[in-house]
Design a protein around this ligand. Structure first.
Ligand SMILES: Cc1ncc(COP(=O)(O)O)c(C=O)c1O
Length: 360
C-alpha cells in the first residue's frame, strides 16, 4: 500500500512513551512525574456525581466556573477569563500553539533536551527546527538563543522548570527572549510551576507574544483526565480558540479540575512535602554516595548512576519504576519523580540494599 500521509508526518518518528504495565504496577510510579498520592475524596466525589448525572452523555458545557477558579487561583492582576483557554492537557496546548502561530517552513527554536512534544508539534507543522543545546551544566542557553533569533523565528519553546533537567529559566531571561522575538511567539511551558513556585505570568500584560501553558496532570493528580490551560493576551487566546475544538475538554475533566482547585491547600501541602522534605533526602543520598545528580526546581531529579539499565531493572522489580533518558547531554541518565517522605525513604533504603550494597 502506498503511504499517502503528508510528507511532514512521514518524516516524523512516533512518540511512544513507555506506559505499558503502569496501571497494574504494584510499586510506586516514579517515572512520569505524577502526583504520588491519591486525589481528595472531594475530587473523587464530583467524578462519581458526574457519572450519576450521566454527564458523559451530553457534550461538555463550559459554564466558566473553571476559568473563574483558575483566575482566583493564579491571583494575578489583570488576568481575566478571556486570558485563559482550557485545553485537553498541556499536550493539546502545545499542539494548538504550534498550529496557531507557525506554518510550513517557519523557523522554530527548541532548546534541547526538553519535553518531546515540542519536536512532535514542530514536525507535524513542517517547521524548520533549530535545536539549541543546554549548557554542559544543564543551565538554560539564553545567550545562544538570543543570538539565534531573527525575523524569521516564529516560535521559541521555554520549558521552566525543564523536563527532564529540572532547570528553571529566570523571568529576566524569558523577558529578554520575548523582547527579541519581533515576529513570533514564546511558549513558556509551566507544567511544573506549582513545584518551582515561579511563573512568568506577570509578563503576560506587557508581552502579547508570550503564551504560558499549565497542566492539571502533575501536582493536581489528573493526568488520566487530560486537562490543562493556556494563559495569554486576549487576542492570542481568540486566535487559539479557532484551532482548539469546541468540545476538546471533556466534562469529567472540567468538573474534576474545579474540585482540584478547591483542594489547593492540601495540594500545596503535598508540594511542600515533596520539595522541602523528600527532595533534600534524595539529594543528600545521591551526594553521599557519589551519584551525579542535577539540581532541579521540579518534582523530579535527573541522576547518572553510570549503569542505568541495571539500576532501572532492579528498582523496577523492587517496587520503584523510573524513567531512562536518552539524547543530547542526558544519555544514560535516569529521571526519578519525587514523592512523599515515606516513599522516598523506602526508595533510598531499597536503592542502598539492592544497588549500592550489591555494587550494581
Ligand atoms: C514539560 C511538560 N509539558 C507538558 C506536559 C504535558 O502535560 P499534560 O499531561 O497536561 O498533557 C508534560 C508532561 O509530562 C511535561 O513534562
Amino acid at each position: 500500500m502506498k503511504n499517502v500521509a503528508n510528507q511532514y508526518i512521514q518524516n516524523m518518528k512516533p512518540y511512544r512513551p513507555p506506559l505499558q504495565g503502569r496501571a497494574a504496577y504494584s510499586g510506586v510510579l516514579l517515572d512520569f512525574n505524577e502526583r504520588t498520592i491519591p486525589v481528595s475524596t472531594n475530587v473523587q466525589n464530583v467524578l462519581r456525581k458526574c457519572i450519576d448525572n450521566q454527564g458523559y452523555a451530553r457534550y461538555p458545557e463550559y459554564n466558566g466556573e473553571l476559568e473563574e477558579k483558575i483566575i482566583t487561583y493564579l491571583d494575578e492582576k489583570n488576568i481575566y477569563a478571556d486570558n485563559i483557554m482550557i485545553t485537553n492537557g498541556g499536550d493539546q496546548a502545545i499542539d494548538v500553539i504550534f498550529r496557531t502561530f507557525s506554518s510550513v517552513g517557519d523557523e522554530v527554536i527548541i532548546p534541547s533536551p526538553s519535553f518531546a512534544m515540542f519536536n512532535q508539534a514542530a514536525g507535524m507543522n513542517g517547521n524548520t527546527i533549530l535545536e539549541i543545546p543546554y549548557e554542559d551544566d544543564l543551565s538554560f542557553p539564553t545567550q545562544n538563543i538570543l543570538r539565534s533569533i531573527n525575523e524569521k523565528t516564529k516560535l521559541v519553546t521555554i520549558c521552566s522548570p525543564n523536563n527532564p533537567t529540572g532547570t528553571l529559566v529566570s523571568i529576566n531571561d524569558i523577558e529578554a527572549i520575548a523582547r527579541a522575538m519581533v515576529n513570533g511567539v514564546v511558549l513558556v511551558d509551566e507544567a511544573y510551576a506549582e513545584f518551582s513556585g515561579v511563573s512568568a505570568i506577570s509578563l503576560i500584560q506587557r508581552y502579547s507574544n508570550i503564551v504560558i501553558l499549565r497542566s492539571f496532570s502533575k501536582p493536581f493528580g489528573l493526568a488520566g483526565l487530560r486537562i490543562g490551560y493556556c494563559i495569554a493576551d486576549q487576542i492570542m487566546i481568540e486566535e487559539m480558540l479557532k484551532v482548539r475544538g469546541p468540545y476538546d475538554v471533556n466534562t469529567m475533566a472540567y468538573v474534576a479540575a474545579i474540585a482540584a482547585l478547591d483542594d489547593w491547600p492540601a495540594t500545596k501541602q503535598y508540594i511542600d512535602e515533596v520539595m522541602n522534605e523528600a527532595k533534600p533526602l534524595v539529594e543528600k543520598f545521591f551526594s553521599n554516595n557519589n551519584i551525579a545528580w542535577y539540581p532541579s526546581s521540579a518534582n523530579f531529579i535527573l541522576f547518572n548512576p553510570g549503569n542505568a539499565q541495571a539500576v532501572l531493572a532492579v528498582m523496577n522489580e523492587s517496587g520503584f519504576r523510573m524513567r531512562r533518558r536518552s539524547g543530547v547531554l542526558v544519555d544514560g541518565m535516569i529521571r526519578v519523580t519525587i514523592g512523599t517522605v515515606k516513599q522516598m525513604q523506602e526508595f533510598i533504603s531499597t536503592y542502598t540494599e539492592l544497588i549500592l550494597n550489591k555494587s550494581i
